[in-house]
Design a protein around this ligand. Sequence first.
Ligand SMILES: O=C(O)CCC(=O)C(=O)O
Ligand SMILES: [Fe+2]
Length: 446
Amino acid sequence: MENTKMQPDLVQNESVYDIEKELQAFDESKAGVKGLVDAGIVKIPPFFVVPESEVSCQPSPADFQIPVIDLKGIHEDDARRRKIVDQIRNASETWGFFQVVNHGISKDVMEGMIEGVKRFHEEKNKVKKEYYTRDTKKKVTYTSNSLLYKAKAANWRDTLYFRIAPDDPDPEEYPAVCRQFFVLNSLPHFLPQEIAIKYSASIRRLGDTLLELLSEALGLKPNHLTEFGCAKGLNIMCHYYPACPEPNRTLGSSPHNDPDFFTILLQDHIGGLQVFHQDHWVDVSPIAGAFVVNIVIVLKQLISNGKFKSSEHRVLANLIGPRISVTSFFAIYDRICGPIKELTSDENPPLYKEVLLKDYIIQYRWKERDGGISILDRFRLLEIQSLLNLPSRQPEGIYISISIGVAIKHCLHICLLHLQTCGWIPPLPELYLSHVSKTVECFHEI
Ligand SMILES: O=C(O)CCC(=O)C(=O)O
Ligand SMILES: [Fe+2]
């Protein structure tokens, strides 16, 4: 294994295991999970381990199948389009997940992107590590576990990120190595196409089409969600899940909801993605040529006022690998979101208060880190209103000073959560929690 401090025998004696040190060594190796596998580990490091109950699952009933929707004919035939819109509404209300086929993106682009991602992750560590960073301002980065120091357990995967929109990187902004590895030499009719750029342009078009269909499914005019800005921002995460020597002790991705409006996911043939539906983990079986569409909490609650469903999902680790997936997250972060006025009425009042999406994402990441506390509830308008009569947003800058130190941060964070979960204090106003979590974020950035 190239230039990594993580040695297999380092983790054998768990009684002397210093997790902070091990996380740091793993991070500083810049070799990711793939680096561990290349080093020949047979036992996974403890910071990846989750309780057995979090990995095992009962088989789901045979009739639990993620809907597959054929988009053929949406632009040509009104009756066909109405039928597809009905299918999308149905899937969005019952599953929050569906797969689409005949979506207009060619097989070459889909396979080319999977191949490009694989090539990047299988590049020599010396080359890849140039892009290894947790700096979220950079447009092209590679890292392992964005929440490495914050999550309850690390996930068995590495990720290449592209921050595509609203400020698209110029082609030259992609590091030469990425451009080089995304050229599809093997597909002559694409030469000299840069697959990451080609893929993101195709995904944006598909995103616009899906937003039209989702708008219609909500009874809105086709351009409503696009005008709202749902597809203004696009981040693409290209995951590489190496084969795992102990797949029953860890997860490829922990259960989560995505922090955006909606997500379009491309997966290879390996499988492992599961959706939580009616108390069962249901496989999202790979279908050649299909994309998985995931209605996300923001669209579910903040926009559709709870009409759409959003399901938790996770990825199992696998003895077989690597598995590649490419997740495209559509969102806009600097705008206030709340239930769409057209979808609320006296009989159907807004269930959620308006919130700046950035604040929402911070809450989301905080939940990821600490678990157990529903961020959905924090935004429940009625609960909040019945408590304290706060203005809808406190002015910027009323954050607890970051200079109070790490110790106070921990006390504050732990005490507040503890008191609240034990029911010893009434639920805290979410804006206050947001400020606390922002403060905690600041500490983590330092
Ligand atoms: O790899 C997958 O199939 C899912 C990845 C995912 O859920 C995510 O990136 O949010
Ligand atoms: Fe996800």
